[in-house]
Structure formats: structure tokens, C-alpha cells
Design a protein around this ligand. Structure first.
Ligand code: G16
Length: 560
């Protein structure tokens, strides 16, 4: 097989966001656009490139197969030694991380736009994960971006045609050098890892029922994302869950027109079905399988903030952590601080990092972090370096099997012990970039005024006193790297918080995220609706950013 060098032109804007480069499919389909970015990823590998092994796979969305073909040819031409590719180009994001770590490869290329819709008129994405299995940190993505700004050509081996539908090893010689493409089962290694981590026999007894306990009835919604194939194997084959309890489990290129984001709005089917009371638990996962939503009987909603805190409180039930010990907890900055309270009580170190799973990686690699979570429906541990939707669902089931309580009972016990962090997020999706910028500028100007600290802000009969306010920045405790401008924070004296941030995962326009949190230790408030408790703070937040005025929106697109 011969190698050719193709002349190309620079495309503006190939800057990876919170997690990889995400754009409309039509953008990636432009001549050389995908090739440029892939070449930049490989060039950024530097000395590690020649003879390296990389994992390649994606969430099954439209354009994954074409992108895999291009990656195989470009990798071959650039001297990569071996590619391990999921069958049909399919691998969940947690599975890519699993494979990178298991086979000790130099990294992996993940083809996904995560929870963004798929199809010819929707989104695609490419992300590079490093040899620790985690999303590339800022210094690597910045380097990739710099390379895209000056790229003049890329190398490819145009005659390579590999059938990625069959599990098979292909041994090729490209430009005189060996090049191997291993098409592997997309699920095997991930299932093996889950079986090492969790107590599958007790989860199976929970799900099948026993003489002392009726069957714990679950409903799983894969939203036609990649988790379908993992769900069928793990929950269907291994744990004996019947087909009717697993819905939307065929991965589809357009997710069946669904928005594969597991929240109360986009997983409304699941929520409505579980609301009728037949099921004890509902769970949904996003397009690439790293996000999860957990609900209890009658659709009792577990916020991601509470979910990770409950897991933290009961982590020692899970066999994996019995072996490794509990090294530390962490959450992203906008995530509610419920896990901090568990950490304080258990005397475990707890970290706050900017939004983005990549910020947890160093702490895990340094042996200081076992469990972390984000308000954006991400939960995970140091078993890999990505958040992991199915892992989170299995963790809940392992804990429920041991505690023998309903999800609602577990949450209420938790609040009695730790108090309740009420949390909500308002998303204003697809705003004009200028409008969103005006909101952020408005808040930033106000909070930078030295007199803002100490200001009393009121709404209804509630008054909140500003303690601190800033544009959040973070210094990584392991390598000292600094991330600035990670979200505007207004921190009140009573511990309540308002945070404004622009999403880094959209493919066009701007999405404003407003995060609002307050803490209550009074048990009479625990059963109240979060929207009711947080209404005054939300009112203050909307006013402070003049959101209605600048965006023209009377209501957010999604409320979580
Ligand atoms: C990605 C990151 C997450 C992060 C989220 C934030 O999620 O992996 O760690 O919390 O983005 O998204 P935004 O910038 O839109 O608020 P995913 O699931 O899209 O990969």
C-alpha cells in the first residue's frame, strides 16, 4: 500500500470545546475538513506516533463509518503501528477509555458529539483521549488547534479498504512498514471490567427477585444511542432483564430523531412511563454512553448532584472500592456541593474542578481521586478516565441490593444525615452569540465592581448577601496548570450560589447555563420542590444577567 500527501487548506475554528471538536455533520463533510483535524491529532502525538497503537470508535451516529475509514487511511500513512477499532466503528466513550487503559495504547480517537442530536442535518464530533484513557487536557487540545491553523497537507493511504463490520485482524504493509487493524467486539472488554467492579450476583438477585424480596423492576432507555448494545449484553444477558424493560436499545445513526440527552426533558418517555408506578427505577443514557439519569419509583428524580453524593456515602459497598480504598472525591465547580458534605463527614479529600471530565484525570492518575461527578449528568470513578453511564446505574443497583431500600428512601436518609443541597440548572439553548455575550458581560461588569461584595439582593421576602463573586479559575494541584474564565460565580454568605457559564459543547450559536444552588438543613424543607425553594434565587439570577431583556427568552429551553 502506498502513501500519498494531499495538499489542503486551513479551516478556521477547529478549536476543541469542553470535550472535542463538535460541529454540524455538514461542516465535517467539507473537503479535507475531517482529514485536517485527524492529521493534527496524529502530528500532536510527536515522538509517540511511529509504531503507536490507537483505539478508534464512536457512538454509531451518522458519519462515524466514513470518519473511521478516513482515520484508518491517515493513521496508516502516518506510521501508526496498530488500530484497535470497534466493530462497525462502534465503541461507547467509556469503552474507548477502558480499551486504552487495558491495552496500554498511546490513546484513542472518539467519534461522537455526545448528547447532541445525530443525522445528516445534525452534529458530529471528534475527540482525542490520551494514554491514561481520558480526554486530552487543554495543553494537548491547544496544540492540536495550533496545528490546524497552519496545516498545508495530510498523508493518507488511499487504497486501504477494511471491512469494519467483521471481527477480524488485518495485517497490512504500508510504505514498507507493518500496519495492523484489529476489528474487535465493541462490548467484551467493557463487560469484563464491569464484572470485576460490581457484585453481579447480588445485582442479579435484586433484579430477579427472591423468596425474601420481590423483583426490583427497572426500565432502561438508551435513547437509541450506543449504550443499547452494552445494555442488552449486561442487563439482558448477564443480569436477566427482560426485553420489555430495555427500550430504544438499537443504536441508530440519527438516534431515531431523539435528542440523546438523559434529562427530564429529553428522556420524557422514560419519565412518563416510570411515573405510573410500575417500575422501581428508571435510567437513561446519552448518545455516547457517558451520561446517566437515575429516577426512582413514580419518577422520583435524583439530581446528578445528589446521585454522586449518595454514591460517595455508600461507596464501600462496591467490591472495587473495597479493594482500592477511597482516595478522594471531586465535583465540577457548578455541581451542587452535596458530595463535599459527605467528604467532610468521612474525612476524605474533596476537590472542585472546572467543568469538563478532563480536569479529573490528573487527580486520578496521582491516586487522589476515586469518585467524581458533574451536574451535567456525569458520574464516574477511577476505573477509567471518562464518566460512565452504565457504571453509574450498576453502582446504584449494587448499593440498592445491599441496603434493601427504595431510591426515595435512600435519598431521604441521605438528606437527614447531610441536609439537602437544592439545585437547578436553566439552559437557554441556541441563543445568538452576541445576546449570550451581553448576558455574560452584564454579570461580569457587576461582579467586578468592588462594591458588589456585601450587596443585599432580594426577591420576594428573601434577602441574600453577596459574599464573594468572581470569574472562576483553577490551578491543577498535580501539574500546576491554570484554567481561567471557567464561569461567573456569585457566592452568597449563606452558602447559596448562582453561576453563569456558556456551554462548550454546542455546535452553533451559544447556550447560556444558569446554575442555582442553596443548602437546607431543616428537614421540613426536604420534601419541597427544588423549583419552589430556589425561585427567589432564580429570580435574582435572571435579573442580574438581564436574561429576558438580552435574549428575548421568557423561559429556558430546559430546566433540570
Ligand atoms: C462534556 C464533558 C463534561 C462536561 C460537559 C459540559 O460532556 O465531557 O465533563 O460536564 O461537557 O457541557 P457544557 O460545556 O455544554 O456545559 P459530554 O457528555 O458532552 O461529553
Amino acid at each position: 500500500m502506498s502513501v500519498v500527501e494531499i495538499q489542503t487548506k486551513v479551516y478556521e475554528g477547529q478549536k476543541p470545546g469542553t470535550s472535542g471538536l463538535r460541529k454540524a455533520v455538514k461542516v465535517f463533510q467539507q473537503e479535507h475538513y475531517t482529514e485536517n483535524f485527524v492529521q493534527a491529532i496524529l502530528t500532536a502525538l510527536g515522538d509517540q506516533l511511529t509504531g503507536s497503537t490507537l483505539i478508534v470508535g464512536g457512538d454509531g451516529r451518522y458519519y462515524v463509518k466514513e470518519a473511521v475509514e478516513k482515520i484508518i487511511r491517515i493513521a496508516a500513512a502516518n506510521g501508526v503501528g496498530k488500530l484497535i477499532v470497534g466493530q462497525n466503528g462502534i465503541l461507547s466513550t467509556p469503552a474507548v477509555s477502558t480499551l486504552i487503559r487495558k491495552y496500554k495504547t498511546q490513546g484513542g480517537i472518539v467519534l461522537t458529539a455526545s448528547h447532541n442530536p445525530g443525522g445528516p442535518n445534525a452534529d458530529f464530533g471528534i475527540k482525542f483521549n490520551c494514554d491514561n484513557g481520558g480526554p486530552a487536557p487543554d495543553n494537548v487540545t491547544n496544540q492540536i488547534y495550533e496545528l490546524t491553523k497552519s496545516i498545508k497537507s495530510y498523508k493518507t493511504a488511499p487504497n486501504i479498504n477494511i471491512d469494519i463490520t467483521k471481527i477480524q485482524t488485518h495485517n497490512l504493509v504500508v510504505d514498507g512498514k507493518s500496519f495492523v487493524v484489529d476489528i474487535i467486539d465493541s462490548v467484551d472488554d467493557y463487560v469484563a471490567l464491569m464484572k470485576e467492579i460490581f457484585d453481579f450476583p447480588s445485582i442479579k438477585t435484586l433484579l430477579q427477585g427472591s423468596s425474601s424480596r420481590p423483583k426490583f423492576q427497572i426500565l432502561i432507555d438508551s435513547l437509541h444511542g450506543v449504550t443499547g448494545i452494552y445494555v442488552k449484553r449486561i442487563f439482558g444477558l448477564e443480569l436477566g432483564v427482560d426485553d420489555a424493560s430495555m427500550v430504544h436499545v438499537e443504536p441508530l445513526e440519527d438516534f431515531g430523531g431523539l435528542h440523546p440527552d438523559p434529562n427530564l426533558t429529553y428522556a420524557a418517555d422514560l419519565v412518563n412511563t416510570v411515573r405510573n408506578g410500575t417500575h422501581d427505577m428508571g435510567m437513561a443514557f446519552d448518545g455516547d454512553g457517558d451520561r446517566n439519569m437515575i429516577i426512582g419509583k413514580k419518577a422520583f428524580f435524583v439530581t446528578p448532584t445528589d446521585s454522586v453524593a449518595v454514591l460517595a456515602a455508600h461507596l464501600d459497598i462496591i467490591p472495587y472500592f473495597q479493594k482500592t480504598g477511597i482516595k478522594g472525591y471531586a465535583r465540577s465547580m457548578p455541581t451542587g456541593a452535596a458530595i463535599d458534605r459527605v467528604a467532610a463527614k468521612k474525612k476524605v479529600e474533596c476537590f472542585e474542578v472546572p467543568t469538563g471530565w478532563k480536569y479529573f484525570g490528573n487527580l486520578m492518575d496521582a491516586g487522589r481521586l476515586s469518585l467524581c461527578g458533574e451536574e451535567s449528568f456525569g458520574t464516574g470513578s477511577d476505573h477509567i478516565r471518562e464518566k460512565d453511564g452504565i457504571w453509574a446505574a450498576l453502582a446504584w443497583l449494587n448499593i440498592i441490593a445491599k441496603l434493601n431500600k427504595s431510591i426515595e428512601e435512600i435519598l431521604k436518609d441521605h438528606w437527614i444525615t447531610y441536609g439537602r443541597n437544592f439545585f437547578t440548572r436553566y439552559d437557554y439553548e441556541n441563543c445568538a452569540i452576541e445576546d449570550a455575550s451581553r448576558v455574560m458581560a452584564e454579570v461580569e461588569t457587576k461582579i467586578q465592581d468592588p462594591s458588589f461584595k456585601g450587596t443585599k439582593l432580594s426577591s420576594g421576602n428573601k434577602v441574600y448577601v453577596v459574599g464573594e463573586a468572581d470569574n472562576y479559575s483553577y490551578k491543577d494541584p498535580i501539574d500546576g496548570s491554570v484554567a481561567t474564565k471557567q464561569g461567573l460565580r456569585v457566592l452568597f454568605e449563606d452558602g447559596s450560589r448562582i453561576i453563569y457559564r456558556l456551554s462548550g459543547t454546542g455546535s452553533s450559536g451559544a447556550t447560556i447555563r444558569l446554575y442555582v444552588e442553596s443548602y437546607e438543613s431543616d428537614p421540613t424543607t426536604f420534601d419541597k420542590d427544588a423549583q419552589e425553594i430556589l425561585k427567589p434565587l432564580v429570580g435574582i439570577a435572571l435579573d442580574l444577567g438581564k436574561i429576558k431583556e438580552f435574549t428575548g427568552r421568557n423561559a429556558p429551553t430546559v430546566i433540570t
